[in-house]
Design a protein around this ligand. Structure first.
Ligand SMILES: Cc1cc2nc3c(=O)[nH]c(=O)nc-3n(C[C@H](O)[C@H](O)[C@H](O)COP(=O)(O)OP(=O)(O)OC[C@H]3O[C@@H](n4cnc5c(N)ncnc54)[C@H](O)[C@@H]3O)c2cc1C
Length: 452
């Protein structure tokens, strides 16, 4: 096969699609608007500590893990133990997530413990196909009798989906909960390790990379893709490890440079994808998707004041606390890398677009109050943390996923009505959630192109 394919976006979905296509015999050029690849999967190195953009974990039994195996991408790291603390009304309890903790927690009544144990046994084999039209709240009402246990299961679903939206899809929430029960991996050296490995596999498969180059539109004539238009070089590559191999026609880097193409994958966010295709009917729905957002406080400490307090979940409040360095290599000796987060109800645009993800919305009172709440969680879990901070950052509104399937609102498909134009990302396709959806849609897009 000698098909030329252009991939727009160098996050993990663009990278995975590019590898599948290049290995399938296509000639692939990937355009990334930033200097570096990775999108939301990047990791920043700050004084020897590795900062993912908020808490990131690979679902070990997810479609993403399968795709990494298929592509030969190693996922090395540690598997957090299923134990921790549950916060309810400012009180701490044992988090009921294993047979032992269910039995011994004082959070649940005896009746709720039996119900929790029975549910835990049933969940792994539970079929979810029929839950497509059911909301999380409906499912909890129908399947969990005890009110306190209902709150606990709701909190576990929240952590598994990153979404506290009770009107979200029960199918996604139950599937994610099942995956979470099979374990996650906190990745050594951060998700950058995955990005770097995807990049080097792409290079050896023959993918051409053009970084610091924004695609500004996709041209199509009727229902066929004709090419893309580049916005020119935005920042000259500095210390870049990317192979910046500009196609001949794009060398001047001027705005308006057009490149012919018959096959294009847009592996970007829905707003950008809609901008690129212009005012066409089929893209209108992309702009109304509901993103899943998180406020994150990422903190590097020179030591952990309380080495026993590793993981906690808010049950009546949407908080997450986890010492990722307890399981993954992310810090210098004795240091600690902690992610504290608050699941947000309201959609907000990502702060990721800023150069290194370290924007703060300090002027915004809501963001400031989120930051204080998250500091409060740290105060409870790791008293004295403020004295040992090496570096910290607050990300007020990260977009974890651009969309989760919702009852009656499926995510857009990989194929578009325009012949040769495909989509990939965590807002695309029916399979998986978060990065699993990004990778699954990337593989499907590549497969469809290779078969076409
Ligand atoms: C706080 C947080 C926590 C998360 N935790 C988890 C987790 O625990 N488990 C999990 O599976 N997933 C998690 N995720 C989700 C995961 O990070 C994303 O699903 C995944 O990284 C998305 O990859 P992508 O390639 O689809 O999109 P992106 O990473 O957004 O990549 C899109 C790329 O396109 C580029 N681009 C945009 N416009 C243009 C243009 N016009 N021209 C050229 N390039 C362009 C961007 O610069 C970017 O590099 C989390 C995300 C966040 C933010």
């Amino acid at each position: 096969m000698n098909k030329n394919v252009i991939v727009v976006g160098g996050g993990i979905s663009g990278l995975a699609a590019a590898i599948y296509l290049a290995r399938g015999g296509c000639s692939v050029t990937l355009f990334e608007k930033k200097r570096h690849l990775g999108g939301r999967a990047i990791t920043h190195l700050r004084q020897g500590y590795r900062f993912n953009l908020g808490p990131h974990a690979v679902y070990r039994a997810g479609i993403g893990a399968k795709i990494y195996r298929e592509l030969g991408i190693p996922i090395r790291g540690g598997v957090p133990k299923s134990r921790g603390i549950a916060f309810v009304n400012g009180q701490r309890y044992k988090l009921p997530v294993s047979p032992w903790s269910i039995l011994t927690t004082s959070l649940l009544s005896t009746g709720a413990k039996f119900e929790a144990a029975a549910l835990m046994m049933k969940l792994p084999a539970m079929r979810t196909a029929a839950l497509e039209t059911v909301t999380v709240n409906q499912w909890l009402e129908d399947h969990v009798r005890d009110a306190q246990l209902r709150q606990v299961i709701g909190a576990l679903m929240r952590v598994a989906t990153y979404s506290g939206d009770g009107e979200g899809s029960a199918q996604v929430a139950v599937d994610q909960l099942k995956l979470a029960m099979r374990g996650v991996t906190y990745v050594d050296e951060g998700w950058q390790k995955i990005v770097d490995s995807l990049h080097s596999h792409a290079v050896t498969s023959g993918v051409n990379f053009v970084s610091s180059s924004r695609v500004v539109s996709v041209d199509f004539d009727g229902d066929e893709v004709k090419g893309i238009e580049l916005g020119g070089l935005e920042v000259l590559p500095r210390n870049d490890t990317l192979s910046v191999a500009m196609p001949e026609t794009a060398h001047d880097g001027a705005r308006g440079t057009k490149l012919p193409a018959t096959t294009v994958i847009l592996a970007v966010d829905p707003m950008t994808a809609a901008d690129l295709v212009g005012p066409v009917g089929f893209a209108a729905a992309w702009q109304t998707l509901k993103p899943v957002t998180l406020a994150c406080l990422d903190v590097a400490l020179s030591r952990l004041p309380n080495p026993k307090a590793i993981f906690a979940l808010g049950i009546d409040q949407p908080y997450y606390f986890s010492v990722h360095s307890a399981y993954a290599q992310l810090t210098p000796h004795r240091g600690a890398m902690i992610h504290v987060a608050k699941y947000k109800q309201t959609p907000a645009r990502t702060s990721f677009d800023d150069d290194d993800g370290e924007t703060t919305a300090r002027a915004n009172p809501a963001a400031r109050s989120d930051e204080h709440e998250l500091e409060g969680v740290l105060d409870q879990m790791q008293p004295g943390w403020r004295d040992v901070v090496v570096h910290r950052r607050f990300l007020p509104a990260m977009t974890v996923a651009h969309a989760l399937p919702r009852p009656g609102v499926p995510r857009p498909a990989v194929e578009t009505p325009v012949h040769g134009l495909y989509l990939a990302g965590d807002w695309i396709g029916a399979e998986g959630a978060l990065s699993d959806a990004a990778l699954a849609s990337a593989r499907t897009a590549a497969k469809k192109i290779l078969e076409s």
